[in-house]
Design a protein around this ligand. Sequence first.
Ligand SMILES: NC(=O)c1ccc[n+]([C@@H]2O[C@H](COP(=O)([O-])OP(=O)(O)OC[C@H]3O[C@@H](n4cnc5c(N)ncnc54)[C@H](OP(=O)(O)O)[C@@H]3O)[C@@H](O)[C@H]2O)c1
Length: 288
Amino acid sequence: MRYDLHNNMQQEKVAIVTGSSSGIGYETSILLSKNGFHTYAAVRNLDKSKSLIDIAKKDDLLIDVVELDVSNDKSVKDAINRVLSENKRIDVVVNNAGYALVGSFEDLSMDEIKSQFETNFFGAIRVIQAVLPTMRNQRNGRIVNVSSMGGRIAIPLDSAYHGTKFALEGLSESLQYEVEQFGIKIIIIEPGAIKSNFFNNLKMASKAQRPDSPYIQMMQKLNAGFSFMLENAPHPVEVAKVILAAASSEDPQLRYTVGDDAAMIVQAKRTMSDREFGNLMRKQFLSQ
Ligand SMILES: NC(=O)c1ccc[n+]([C@@H]2O[C@H](COP(=O)([O-])OP(=O)(O)OC[C@H]3O[C@@H](n4cnc5c(N)ncnc54)[C@H](OP(=O)(O)O)[C@@H]3O)[C@@H](O)[C@H]2O)c1
């Protein structure tokens, strides 16, 4: 809650979470609303919002579902305008919508790569540009960008996905210096493997599925690596808890990893030479 000097009343803080139909976004919308945020759960397909609406009703949560496709300029503008017209403010934005394009770089088409960037990178940019003037005027705001441990390290056959997440990290790191003077904090969340629909929703590049792809054996090894990574992966609510704590902090860090795998691999990258780290990755993902 925050005290509004002009209206002399308590106001809820207002949050919007993209990609709330499942996984991390779904859990984050619920957790933010349970912790006093008037939360706009943004989904690109309203047909997938029934579970959110049911839980909001059952637990008497202040969740509004709003349609938002991050890859579409108008959809982003309409959604943010609705939040602003209903509240005149926006305190927390969670840029979470995303998916992974999988396939060797040689097997990726330009259209597949562009679509990957439209969602994971330009999608976050559209939302940030839509909320920044309001956050600057109110001299307060938290922009939470859901990156990945894959925004710090790269595995094979995921070059476009890593490209989007490394780009999001670079954008976030630069932007923090520009907006901190206006009370706006940029927060990067770096989950490791999380048991959500993410791995079912992977988009396999169409050429990568051909049996004559020169990278087919590498793809098979990678699939085995994914299964291993998911064995002890945390539930998406663990990411939501970190997002809530970071967004609620007066003085948040720039980066938060989630999961032991993310903490370990980011630490290894920091302390090892490129050659040592590369050999670790080869052993994990490419050896028999
Ligand atoms: N799970 C992991 O292991 C993991 C690890 C590191 C980082 N992450 C990151 O965490 C974020 C959330 O992933 P998740 O694990 O929760 O996966 P998820 O369950 O597949 O959720 C992805 C969400 O993004 C939405 N989305 C995709 N494209 C969209 C678009 N153009 N506009 C609006 N929404 C869109 C999906 O909506 P639909 O239901 O309509 O498809 C869904 O709500 C992603 O950015 C991902 O890169 C995940």
